[in-house]
Write a new protein. Sequence first.
Length: 61
Amino acid sequence: MASKQEIQKVLDSLDRINPCPGCSMRYRVGDLECPRCGADLYDALRDWAEELLESLAVSEE
């Protein structure tokens, strides 16, 4: 089970998801495409998730 600190780290990281590469629109929870221009956000979300997992792994060591 995740600790309170891990949960907070996830919540704090939501604002670090890179904006849409097409128009700089910020991510909204649940969107996989930019609501403004329709660009695919999958790569930005994958990058964010990878960074988050790496930071969680470092904190466990």
